[in-house]
Write a protein that binds this ligand. Structure first.
Ligand SMILES: *[C@@H]1O[C@H](CO)[C@@H](O)[C@H](O)[C@H]1NC(C)=O
Ligand SMILES: *[C@@H]1O[C@H](CO)[C@@H](O)[C@H](O)[C@H]1NC(C)=O
Length: 302
């Protein structure tokens, strides 16, 4: 690792960062560029996404991650991590490249604690579903994750005015990242995003057709039931890891088009393919996701 950084110090460093400072205006290179470009770009965002789970209060919290950062990046204020439950987000800045990232945490699936209960209530509100009884412990301010996500993105931009932003996250976190990116005209890299367009329609004045296609990219395990739920409901491009080992519960879950989240097969498929751990394993496998051609809607195998 150190050797690579040393060898690359000047030429590669400059090439990677480019000029002017900030993020690339298009993420199309993640589809068409080299494997090295893909992993160099995506891996740190995946590490930040992992920290959004392990460095914030909830079921996945690890004390050792509390102040941890990602190589080449500084964790900075602002963060959203209310002890009493609510939207969780971390901020990372890389001064030399003029880049900043706000990462939004996905759902804490254990609803026996405050963190998971707040997430379940926020998800129910987003889906216009009935709220579980335990939701009266929270205010509507706390459960309005979209507004809280927009708040922290605005605050981060105020605190670090010279930085250009990219928003990332997994699952619910990817959904929030997409909404914030669409509102703020910034790049988004989301892991396993659920349907985004309904939230954009409900909660923002953004016209999704006006958004540049390659400004937002969603990555999926091709078997992830959320990919099926999100079909045609994303504001930008998507790529999927294909040729995954067969998961029988997913075959059953995805057989009839509409996903029944409550079915045992879909639950099992979800645990095998949707959770962040399975995405981190895909990235570590060194395999590259393939991106369907925008016009043909089919996978372009390169
Ligand atoms: C993280 O930083 C805070 C504030 O400086 C400190 O109180 C806490 O002990 C640190 N946690 C760890 C695990 O080092
Ligand atoms: C991925 O992109 C293709 C081509 O644009 C599109 O047909 C498909 O619906 C997208 N997938 C999702 C999950 O939106």
């Amino acid at each position: 690792m150190a050797a690579r950084i040393w060898l690359c110090w000047l030429p590669c460093g400059l090439a990677k960062i480019g000029w002017p400072l900030g993020w690339p205006t298009s993420l199309e290179f993640l589809s068409k560029g080299s494997d090295a470009e893909f992993f160099e770009f995506v891996n740190p965002l995946a590490d930040m996404t992992e920290l959004s789970y392990t460095a914030t209060w909830g079921t996945y919290y690890k004390p050792s991650a509390q102040n941890q950062s990602v190589e080449g990046w500084r964790r900075m204020w602002p963060e959203a991590n209310p002890v009493e439950g609510g939207m969780r987000a971390l901020t990372f800045v890389q001064e030399r490249s003029g880049r900043g990232v706000v990462v939004f945490r996905g759902t804490d699936l254990d609803s026996s604690g405050t963190s998971g209960q707040a997430d379940a209530c926020a998800n129910a509100e987003l889906a216009h579903a009935p709220l579980p009884g335990y939701c009266n412990q929270f205010t509507s301010f706390q459960l309005d994750y979209v507004s809280r996500a927009l708040d922290i993105a605005r605050k981060a931009a105020e605190v670090h005015p010279t930085v250009e932003w990219l928003y990332t996250g997994h699952s619910l976190g990817a959904e929030l990242a997409n909404v914030v990116g669409a509102v703020r005209g910034a790049a988004v890299l989301g892991f396993a995003a659920p349907a985004v367009l309904p939230v954009l329609r409900d909660r923002t004045a953004v016209d999704p057709h006006q958004l540049p296609f390659w400004k937002s990219l969603s990555l999926y395990n091709e078997l992830d039931p959320l990919r099926f739920q999100a079909l045609g409901q994303l504001p930008g491009a998507n790529c999927s890891w294909v040729n995954q080992p067969d998961v029988p519960s997913c075959d059953v879950c995805e057989l009839h088009g509409k996903i029944d989240e409550g079915s045992p097969e879909c639950k099992q498929c979800f645990y095998k393919t949707h959770i962040l751990k399975s995405y981190l394993a895909l990235l570590r496998s060194g395999q590259r996701p393939v991106c369907p051609d925008a016009e043909l809607g089919d996978y372009l195998v390169v």
